[in-house]
Design a protein around this ligand. Structure first.
Ligand SMILES: [Zn+2]
Length: 587
């Protein structure tokens, strides 16, 4: 398997053709001369140090402890060497630095993805994009079937046809497609599609048959196979029941994997993201990602959060993760998924959904990992010295997670464990108090208010609870340090839109949902830079523009502090990682 991956990487490197506007050499003539001399081993003798560059002429948001905005920054090699006033940085630069005039553009630290699934959106290089507007084009079940049919026509019989990111609440029929709908795509291909939340899937008859599932099959623990009135599987698979479909998307063949990685990489860098994350990585993918990083095919830095099965294997001595550690790739927290998603009706709540999905008015969703198992796992991983990140959307799930953290920390006290609750969407004020006491970092999916805010009010949570979703301002008030994220590919990885959403909480219809939970632009920027780095133990190396840190930065068309209502309209003009320009906006 590895040989195949390695071989295909080498082939891809030979045939790789990155558009010229994506990759611009920013080395000065002097640096090029020195590089050439370096090949002769004599450059140190004639004063060829690393390339020095000064950026000045626009606001530079350092995101340091005191949130200083400065006039100039100096970079030497892959590190930041000077930060301060124009005069201070000029003094450092001496006479031989290249000076870049920002002409009013702004510099921020390269964005750090606090939670996502890199290569995330890269999957659209190989699977069918079933998003509805404004991201994609699917407005009816017929639209969805048509797109999948086109793919089936290009796919050999018997091979999988896979689609991602349909949203039942945004298509005209307001229901999930079923096995019968997907049989209209093809009866000669297994067909599987994944809901935009990533917590449900639908399979056609052939896919179910391949998985050996029929009306006599029992639901797995933490999952549901929906059935029609006749008891037959209708093809909709919730949570743990969908794993076999998800496996088809998460484990593409080696060549497909390369186009996925390149597309994911390209999209991240174009958004100013210099550190991405894969927040739930199976062992097979860890191995592939390690190789891709080694061959330089992943442009942003990468943080890997192994799935809990990997943690089990590590603790059983069956595998180690040490190989994945290096300057460009870090192995971080162990990821556990405790419940599902609110808009998939699988988030686990203490009070019923506003409009329940079926006949049960008391429907509250359900846990994906039983409470006792959650406690046992959190305790075991924490006791082994691992950082633990648990996905929890509903407040009942968040309660279970906090209880688990409390027990684990009491039994095995450890300084600076930085436990994370991913999403923490319906965290109540009393739960934020507990997070403050336990030093838990919630990571809010703050784009929910834009993409789903209207439906959270109307359908899932009702107006009162919807106003409290992703409660960033209350978290601040209670002294809880937090991050924000896009959970790409659930929604596109767009840090500027994410920051705008946390600052404005404007829904797609223009409604301001929960105005009391809006935060300042500076605070939202912290949550995608220094605080995101902190949550992954990377704050010593990156996340702010300070002397000695890695020179990862994004140049924006203007400062996000100028007009908080239009941060989403700012453009990323250039992305620099480790002092090297990886992307410039085409004119
Ligand atoms: Zn996620």
């Amino acid at each position: 398997m590895l040989d195949a991956v390695e071989h295909s990487i080498l082939v891809a490197m030979k045939t790789s053709s990155v558009p010229s506007n994506r990759r611009v050499s920013r080395r000065s003539p002097r640096a090029l001369v020195c590089l050439a001399l370096g090949a002769l081993w004599i450059s140190p003798l004639i004063g060829c140090g690393p390339d020095r560059v000064v950026y000045t002429g626009g606001p530079i948001l350092t995101m340091n402890e005191t949130e200083d905005v400065v006039e100039a920054i100096g970079i030497e090699g892959d590190r930041i060497a000077a930060v301060g006033s124009r005069a201070e940085v000029a003094e450092w630069a001496g006479g031989d630095a290249r000076i870049v005039d920002l002409a009013g553009k702004a510099i921020v630290p390269g964005f750090v993805d606090a939670h996502g699934h890199f290569p995330g959106e890269g999957v659209y290089a190989t699977v069918v994009d079933l998003n509805s507007p404004p991201i994609g084009h699917v407005e009816t079940i017929d639209d969805l079937i048509e797109l999948l049919r086109e793919r089936a026509a290009d796919t050999s019989a018997g091979e999988w046809v896979v689609g991602m990111s349909y949203d039942d609440t945004l298509i005209a029929e307001k229901r999930h497609p079923t096995r019968v709908d997907l049989d209209r795509v093809s009866t000669e291909h297994p067909v599987g599609i994944i809901h935009v939340s990533g917590h449900l899937a639908v399979a056609n008859s052939m896919a179910l048959e391949r998985a050996g599932l029929d009306r006599n099959s029992e639901d797995p623990v933490g999952g549901v196979m929906q059935r029609g009135p006749d008891g037959e599987l209708n093809g909709v698979l919730e949570e743990n029941a969908m794993n076999f479909v998800q496996g088809k998307v998460l484990t593409p063949g080696p060549l497909e994997a390369l186009s996925v990685i390149r597309e994911g990489s390209r999209r991240a860098i174009a958004q100013g993201v210099t550190t991405v994350q894969n927040g739930f990585t199976p062992q097979s993918l860890i191995t592939q990602l390690e190789w891709l990083v080694r061959f330089g095919l992943i442009e942003p830095r990468l943080v890997i959060w192994p799935g809990m099965e990997v943690a089990d294997a590590v603790l059983a001595g069956e595998t180690t993760l040490s190989e994945a550690a290096g300057p460009d790739v870090w192995v971080g927290a162990i990821k556990i998924v405790a419940d599902g998603s609110i808009q998939g009706y699988t988030g686990y709540l203490s009070e019923p959904y506003h409009v329940p999905p079926g006949d049960d008015p008391d429907f509250r969703g359900y846990p994906r990992v039983p409470r006792d198992e959650l406690r046992e796992r959190v305790t075991r991983y924490h006791a082994a010295g691992m950082q633990v990140a648990v996905h929890g959307n509903g407040d009942a799930s968040i309660e279970d997670i906090l209880d688990a953290f409390e027990v684990a920390f009491e039994k095995h006290p450890r300084e600076d464990a930085r436990p994370i609750i991913i999403h923490a969407q319906m965290a109540r004020p009393d739960q934020l108090d507990r997070m403050a006491a336990l030093d838990v970092l919630p990571s809010f999916f703050s784009l929910h208010t834009f993409y789903w805010g209207d439906r959270h009010r109307r359908l899932f949570m009702g107006p009162e609870r919807a106003a409290r979703m992703s409660p960033a301002a209350t978290a601040l008030e209670k002294g809880v340090r937090f991050t924000i994220h896009c959970d790409a590919p659930v929604v596109p990885l767009e840090p500027l839109r994410l920051v705008w959403s946390a600052v404005n909480r404007r829904t797609r219809s223009g409604f301001i949902v929960g105005p009391d939970e809006r935060i300042s632009a500076m605070q939202a920027l912290r949550a995608v830079t220094i605080d995101a780095a902190y949550s992954m133990f990377l704050d010593e190396e990156l996340g702010s523009l300070e002397v000695g840190k890695l020179a990862d930065l994004a140049i924006l068309s203007a400062s996000p502090l100028d007009d908080p209502s239009s941060i989403d309209r700012l453009r990323v003009v250039e992305t620099i990682r480790g002092g090297e320009s990886l992307y410039t906006l085409a004119d």
